[in-house]
Design a protein around this ligand. Structure first.
Ligand code: FES
Length: 375
């Protein structure tokens, strides 16, 4: 047994008091979970601690909290590891409610107000075209493998909690709902792919509102990698369905790729005008004028010089990058890697009796070794 300190953020709106921190000492084996620590504190010290949980096995998704500032499942985080990762000088494990959602009480957030509302907004069910088959729909194996990663979501809200875009723009549909949207856009039984993509691209809070911060990928306990699903939605919308959205998202992406291909390293001065069709395009002029309040101080403080703005100082150093673009262009069709289902590492570990392969934190997330990613 070891002693751990849990520093829990308490809040009870009925009391009319501001939130406060309270510490609890718990005595448990180090491999026990933070959830078990909270439940022990609740059993032995203060029965009023509010926490939501059910399965205690990283399946139901109900025990999402922030541990040491990052969203995680309390039942899927070892006390020992959480104490090691603590930034508190005494090693206290800091537990607080998830972010981007209103707090109902203590560690319980209002999932209906944000998470479920956004999931509902992407029509999270199949919309097949034509009459239903007499028997079941037959789906190619590869097509289901493609959506398996997004189907692994347990709706815990960890990605929503740590999403920086949602923090700035609460209207953003968000990582969980967009991963759910890909689940149907990637399903060959659905007949509304184009309509779904059109809606997600045109919505100012849709797929182009993601800023690639990677927080959702790090927060997800199931390897769903929501940001990768958002990028897939973008590739489908922009490259396959040629959807030129009113948010300028697709044009901006194209300008970005063109910029890197040409300069090797991003040349910021070209990016904005290219995103709007070039320096003299009627769409670009108002955008350039609206950027003046940012450009002028940068020039005055010499963060940007006219020489740097007009010429790219490192262009020659990185010109070799173009060959990679040429190689990708030579391919007859786009490659989509789904590295989610590999199964090799765990199988090898199990075959070799590797003790690391039995550690619950790594193996319970999925039956297969999973490094969710796509390219
Ligand atoms: Fe079910 Fe943690 S209690 S996921």
């Amino acid at each position: 047994m070891s002693e751990f300190t849990l520093k829990i953020r308490r809040y009870s709106p009925e009391a009319g008091e501001a939130p406060y921190w309270e510490e609890f000492q718990v005595d448990l084996e180090p491999h026990r979970s933070v959830l078990e620590g909270i439940l022990q504190a609740k059993d032995t010290t203060d029965g009023s601690i509010g926490i939501r949980c059910s399965c205690r096995a990283a399946i139901c998704g109900s025990c999402g909290v922030k541990i040491n500032g990052r969203a995680a499942l309390a039942c899927h985080t070892h006390l020992e590891k959480a104490a090691e990762a603590s930034q508190d000088e005494r090693g206290a494990i800091v537990v607080e409610p998830m972010g981007n959602m209103p707090v109902i009480r203590d560690l319980i957030v209002d999932m209906d107000a944000v998470h479920w509302k956004k999931i509902q907004s992407v029509t999270p069910w199949l919309l097949p075209d034509g009459p239903a088959p007499e028997r079941e729909y037959v789906v190619p194996h590869e097509a289901m493998v493609d959506v398996t990663q997004s189907m692994a979501c347990i709706q815990c809200g960890a990605c929503v909690s740590d999403c920086l875009s949602m923090e700035v723009d609460p209207a953003f549909i968000g990582p969980a709902a967009l991963a759910k949207a890909y689940r149907f856009v990637g399903d060959p039984r659905d007949g509304q792919h184009q309509e779904r993509l059109h809606h997600l691209a045109e919505d100012p809070a849709g797929i182009y509102d993601c800023t690639h911060c990677f927080n959702c990928i790090e927060a997800c306990p199931k390897g769903v990698a929501p940001m990768n699903q958002i990028m897939r939605l973008r590739r489908l919308a922009g490259s396959d369905y040629d959807i030129e959205d009113r948010n300028n998202g697709h044009r901006h992406e194209k300008a970005f790729v063109k910029n890197i291909r040409k300069n090797g390293l991003l040349h910021e001065a070209d990016l904005l005008p290219d995103s709007y069709g070039g320096k003299f395009h009627p769409r670009a002029v108002p955008e350039l004028l609206s950027s003046l309040p940012a450009i002028v101080p940068a020039l005055l403080h010499r963060k940007v010089t006219p020489q740097k703005a007009l010429l790219h100082p490192h262009k020659n150093e990185y010109k070799g990058i173009r060959q990679y673009f040429d190689k990708v262009d030579e391919r007859p069709e786009r490659l989509e890697f789904n590295l989610y289902i590999m199964g090799e590492e765990d199988e090898q570990d199990a075959a070799q009796g590797d003790p690391g392969g039995t550690e619950t934190e790594d193996s319970s997330a999925n039956t297969a070794g999973m490094e969710g990613s796509s390219a």
